[in-house]
Design a protein around this ligand. Structure first.
Ligand SMILES: [Zn+2]
Length: 133
């Protein structure tokens, strides 16, 4: 990801800000400028919405051979989560054993350090999911 794009998106990523279409009520994360369903009817009606961070697992995969940036984390679990707001998010699932993961499991998003961008040493953060206990 390029640096300008990173800075543009950091606020949304940090706070879990999505948008809700004022026309049809659909929620999008990351935020979109217009609703792909309503198109011009949604212009100027996309309202910021804080995502609660809670949802349930709809699908999961155990990754054994990840991209170089995530090598130290392998094996890890990628999940698709349907948030309480209805939007789907993809992310890592942590604090759980692989054989404990199942569809429908309740999870919550948590802010984690994802890595450091060298050589500048910028630390970037993102969300990960963990089971609701
Ligand atoms: Zn819409």
């Amino acid at each position: 990801m390029s640096i300008p794009r990173f800075w543009r998106e950091i606020r949304q990523r940090y706070k879990g800000i999505g948008v809700e279409c004022g026309n049809c009520g659909r929620v999008y994360f990351p935020p979109r400028a217009i609703c792909p369903r309503c198109r011009r009817n949604s212009l100027g009606k996309m309202n910021e919405l804080e995502i609660s961070g809670r949802g349930k697992v709809v699908s999961f995969t155990e990754i054994h051979d990840p991209m170089p940036d995530f090598k130290m984390l392998a094996p890890y679990i990628m999940v698709i989560v349907e948030m309480d707001e209805g939007v789907r998010m993809t992310g890592h699932l942590v604090d759980v054993e692989p054989d404990e993961v199942e569809s429908g499991m309740k999870v919550e998003a948590t802010l984690r350090k994802l890595g450091e961008e060298s050589p500048s040493g910028i630390i970037y953060y993102g969300y990960k999911f963990r089971p609701c206990r």
